[in-house]
Design a protein around this ligand. Structure first.
Ligand SMILES: [Zn+2]
Length: 220
């Protein structure tokens, strides 16, 4: 027997009769807190983080003061501002990383040397450039991070992707793609709860009869 046959569909649910049905809004993913924060981080705007603390907008970092490249002399204030603006316009972290990667040149170290004879030997070195018009200006790693308003760690992570000479674009982020979720409710529990709910007496929804015959509500 069809489960809906046993319900009296002519008798509206007393708890809902006389109340205007609520219109269901479609989810606007771009307005979700997570999406707003992600977008704000990528575009360098200020935002409130998950803890409610205010995070300032992305700014040019401190002068590296290096004597070799004189980064903040080679790239004047006006150019630094323009570089940061264009970087923020890229709007997505991955696209920004591809852009940063395009400005990093990786070279294999021919003679591996270590001053103390201990510790990790480097197999490659990175050179960092700023493109101004037709000119490629070499600057240091700290200056490169400061001018783009990003952390040195992010620059290192992008540079790391290019250790392999065959790599042309950095790998996509794996954030949130792991299966290590200890708080996830086991699927057997979910199916048990669903079958328990299905065991309650129920009838066809009064307000959705004209649109659908499958929406049902619990008997009050
Ligand atoms: Zn520098």
């Amino acid at each position: 027997m069809n489960i809906l046959d046993e319900f009296n569909t002519d008798n509206p649910c007393p708890s809902t009769s006389g109340i205007a049905p609520k219109k269901r809004k479609s989810a606007n993913l771009s307005q979700w807190k997570r999406s707003v924060i992600r977008k704000s981080i990528a575009t360098g705007r200020g935002y409130l983080n998950y803890k409610g603390s205010e995070i300032g907008e992305r700014k040019t970092g401190p002068d590296c003061c290096c004597k070799k490249c004189k980064c903040f002399v080679q790239i004047n204030e006006e150019d630094r501002k323009l570089i940061l603006e264009n970087f923020n316009k890229l709007e997505e972290t991955y696209v920004q990383n591809v852009y940063l990667g395009g400005l990093i040149k990786t070279e294999n170290v021919e003679r591996e040397r270590s001053k103390t004879g201990t510790g990790k030997k480097r197999s490659c070195s990175h050179k960092y450039y700023i493109k101004l018009g037709n000119r490629n200006i070499q600057i240091c790693r700290n200056g490169f991070a400061s001018i783009h308003g990003v952390s040195k760690k992010r620059v290192d992570n992008v540079a790391k992707e290019y250790r392999d000479p065959t790599v042309t674009t950095p790998a996509q982020s794996n954030r949130g793609k792991h299966q290590n979720r200890p708080n996830r409710i086991p699927s057997e529990w979910v199916s048990k709860v669903e079958s328990h709910i299905r065991s309650f007496p129920r009838r066809e929804s009064h307000y959705s009869r004209n649109k659908s015959s499958v929406i049902i509500c619990l008997q009050s």
